[in-house]
Design a protein around this ligand. Structure first.
Ligand code: SF4
Length: 296
């Protein structure tokens, strides 16, 4: 395998406190296989013909910075002391960082050799075999976005189905010891639909997740879109109200609690099922953060 020595990066943010524990630097990799109508980072998206999401690399992207491995390592390791003293580290985000998997493999491997905590923010749309071989061994934490449960609706709003994403989440929950925190971006009228939140909550509970994060909608991406001379069919221009947020949280937690009972019953019948204790009080905080960094 020839080494990919350079990567397309569209931003590097130091001193991030919302992309994982402690003081962090977040590196935003360019390119994403999804085209969410509400993308928070449209400047990180390539045009659709630039890649095949599963089999190919990004290619011929028209903006962003092409950066080599040593330069990127040097730029993030400037803050190594702060990472170590604060329990922080480096977060890789995008776009979808796993698209540039070969470069990312070497980047994460070097960070781990330096003793740096690593976190990935992902849309979950990746080739699992390659991911588990090249990237997973060098990750400490994964923020895994789950947007739309229904495959057809997912294709309608993000141009990709949800099956691969949900399967990858299942694989991680069953096969990996790395901490995975599912996140649900709340997009009014799309991901906030009751049936969507209920089905996601049920899925997470069945996979034994005890923590997830609901990400409140942030409309500021529309300013970026206008500057880029791009257009989206999704037009919501205001933040969510407190009532809207509360309603989403209530739906989500209610579905979890119902599923919790069903799951316990299921365990009672299936004695050889993968036993994992269910918390009495699941944690589903509404975070302070207002930006979906990946994807996110
Ligand atoms: S919101 Fe995230 S997953 Fe969706 S297109 Fe943008 S970067 Fe990709």
């Amino acid at each position: 395998m020839s080494m990919q020595t350079q990567a397309w990066i569209f931003d590097i943010k130091r001193d991030c406190s919302e992309d994982g524990p402690g003081i962090r630097t977040t590196v935003f990799f360019k390119g994403c296989p999804l085209q969410c109508q509400w993308c928070q980072n449209p400047e990180g998206l390539p045009t659709p013909h630039h890649f095949h999401p599963i089999t190919e690399q990004c290619a011929e992207l028209d903006n962003g910075e092409l950066i080599d491995l040593q330069t990127l390592l040097h730029r993030v390791l400037i803050d190594k002391h702060f990472f170590i003293s604060s329990g922080g580290g480096v977060t890789v985000s995008g776009g979808e960082a796993t698209l540039q998997h070969d470069f990312l493999h070497h980047f994460l491997k070097q960070l781990k050799a330096e003793g740096i905590h690593t976190c990935l923010e992902t849309s979950g749309f990746f080739n699992y075999r390659r991911f588990s071989e090249q990237l997973l061994p060098y990750l400490d934490l994964i923020y895994f976005d789950v947007k739309i449960f229904d495959d057809t609706l997912s294709r309608q709003f993000t141009k990709q189905g949800s099956s691969l994403i949900l399967q990858n989440l299942k694989n991680l929950s069953q096969q990996s010891k790395v901490t995975v925190i599912p996140r649900i971006p709340l997009i009014p009228g799309i991901t906030t639909r009751k049936d969507n939140l209920v089905r996601i909550a049920q899925h997470l509970r069945q996979l034994h997740f005890s923590t997830a994060v609901l990400l409140p909608y942030n409309p500021l991406w529309q300013d970026k879109l206008a500057k880029l001379n791009m257009h989206s069919e999704y037009q919501r221009k205001t933040f969510m109200t407190a009532d809207e947020l509360q309603e989403c949280q209530d739906i989500f937690i209610s579905a979890l609690n119902q599923t919790s009972q069903a799951t316990n019953d299921y365990h009672g019948v299936q004695g050889d099922h993968n036993e994992q204790s269910l918390p009495e009080q699941p944690q589903f905080p509404l975070p302070k953060r207002t930006r979906e960094a990946t994807t996110q």
